[in-house]
Write a protein that binds this ligand. Structure first.
Ligand SMILES: Nc1ncnc2c1ncn2[C@@H]1O[C@H](COP(=O)(O)OP(=O)(O)OP(=O)(O)O)[C@@H](O)[C@H]1O
Ligand SMILES: [Mg+2]
Length: 326
C-alpha cells in the first residue's frame, strides 16, 4: 500500500497566559492509502491537536511550530489557502470532535448540505443536490425523505453523527478524518456507528483516520494504531501487533486496562500516576515519571522515533538500548 499522507516532525502549541501548551510535539506518521488508522490516547493527550494541525484547523491561539504534512507529495502546511481550499472536503474531509453541536438548530438537514456545497465552491442544481445528499444519507443508513426535512433537534445523537458523516462524504473525499466519532453516544449507538464505518470502508475506496480515547474501538475498526501520550507519539503499529505485542510500556498499560474490563479483574493494572502537564511537560521521555522501566537516560533525553521490524515504530529508550520489553 502506498503512503497517502506523510506527517513529519509536526509540532503544535497553544498560547495561553501562563506560557505555551506543548500539545503535539514531534509527530511523524505515515498514513497508508485505503487503510484505517486510529489515533489513540487518553483525554488531553493531544489527539485533536494532531488532526487540527494536519488539516490547518487549529483554534486561533494554536500555532504550528514546525513540520510537514505531505499529501500526495505536497505540503498542506505551506500550501496557499486557495490551493488548500480545493483539497478540503473534496479530497480530505474532517468531522471535528463535538461537530454535532455545530449543526445549526434553525436549519434543516438539507440546508446543511446546501451550505456545504456552496462553501466549497461546487455548483449543483437543487435536484442534483437532493440526489447526491440522498445517496450519501442512504449510504449511512438513513432515510433521506425523513431526514432531509428534519431539524437537528429532531434527530437522535446517532442520527446526527450519521448526518455529519454523510455531509463529509458529500464531495467523495479520498481521506475522511473523524475526531471521536463514537464518543458522547450510548454503547449500542456506538456499536452501530462502528458497524457503519466498517461498511463504508468496504463500500468505498477511502482512507479513514479516526481519533478515539477508547483502544477497544480502535481494535474493532483500525488496520493500524498510533498511540499518543502527553503530546508525543509513542508507538505505531498494525492493530494486530499492538494487541499481540505492545512495545511501549504505556501501550502495554493501556491494553491491560481494557483487558480488565473484559476478563479477569484481578489482572487489572492501572498505570500509576497522572497524565503530564503539557504546560510544563516532564523532561526526557514524557512518560518517565509513570514508567516502571524508567532509566537515568529517560529523564534526560527524549527518545527517538525508531523503526523496528515490519511496520513497528516506537519511541522508547529500552529499544535504543537494545533492551526490549519482554
Ligand atoms: N485552544 C486551546 N487553548 C489552550 N489549550 C488547549 C486548547 N485546545 C486544547 N488545549 C490543551 O492542549 C492539550 C491537548 O488537547 P487536545 O484537545 O488535543 O487533546 P485530546 O487528546 O484531543 O483530548 P480529548 O480526548 O479530551 O478530546 C490539552 O492539555 C488541552 O487542554
Ligand atoms: Mg480531542
Amino acid at each position: 500500500m502506498s503512503i497517502i499522507i506523510r506527517v513529519e516532525d509536526l509540532r503544535a502549541v497553544y498560547l495561553v497566559r501562563e506560557g505555551t501548551i506543548k500539545a503535539a510535539d514531534g509527530i511523524s506518521l505515515d498514513i497508508l492509502e485505503n487503510s484505517v488508522t486510529a489515533i489513540v490516547g487518553e483525554s488531553a493527550s493531544g489527539k485533536s491537536t494532531i488532526i487540527e494541525a494536519m488539516t490547518k484547523t487549529l483554534p486561533p491561539n494554536g500555532r504550528i511550530l514546525s513540520g510537514r504534512v505531505l499529501y500526495k507529495g505536497k505540503d498542506l502546511l505551506t500550501m496557499r489557502e486557495e490551493e488548500l481550499r480545493k483539497i478540503r472536503w473534496k479530497e480530505i474531509a474532517l468531522v471535528p470532535q463535538a461537530a454535532q453541536q455545530s449543526l445549526n438548530p434553525t436549519m434543516k438537514v438539507i440546508e446543511h448540505f446546501k451550505d456545504t456545497v456552496e462553501a466549497h465552491g461546487v455548483r449543483w442544481s437543487h435536484s442534483e443536490l437532493i440526489e447526491k445528499a440522498s445517496e450519501k444519507l442512504r449510504m449511512v443508513r438513513l432515510n433521506p425523505e425523513a431526514v432531509l426535512n428534519s431539524y437537528p433537534l429532531q434527530l437522535s445523537g446517532g442520527m446526527k453523527q450519521r448526518v455529519l458523516i454523510a455531509l463529509a462524504l458529500l464531495l467523495d473525499p479520498v481521506v475522511l478524518i473523524l475526531d471521536e466519532p463514537t464518543s458522547a453516544l450510548d454503547v449500542l449507538t456506538q456499536a452501530h456507528i462502528i458497524q457503519l464505518l466498517k461498511e463504508l470502508k468496504k463500500m468505498l475506496k477511502i482512507t479513514l483516520i479516526f481519533v478515539t480515547h477508547d483502544i477497544a474501538v480502535a481494535a474493532e475498526l483500525a488496520d493500524k494504531v498510533a498511540v499518543i501520550y502527553g503530546g508525543n507519539l509513542v508507538e505505531y503499529n498494525s492493530t494486530f501487533q499492538i494487541f499481540k505485542n505492545p512495545l511501549h510500556p504505556y501501550t502495554r498499560g493501556l491494553i491491560n486496562s481494557i483487558m480488565a474490563v473484559n476478563a479477569d479483574m484481578s489482572k487489572v493494572k492501572p498505570i500509576p500516576g497522572d497524565p503530564p502537564s503539557l504546560l510544563n511537560p516532564p523532561s526526557g521521555c514524557r512518560f518517565h515519571p509513570r514508567c516502571e522501566y524508567a532509566m537515568e537516560i529517560c529523564k534526560k533525553e527524549k527518545p527517538k522515533w525508531i523503526r523496528l521490524d515490519g511496520e513497528a515504530h516506537v519511541a522508547c529508550h529500552l529499544y535504543e538500548e537494545g533492551r526490549p520489553l519482554k
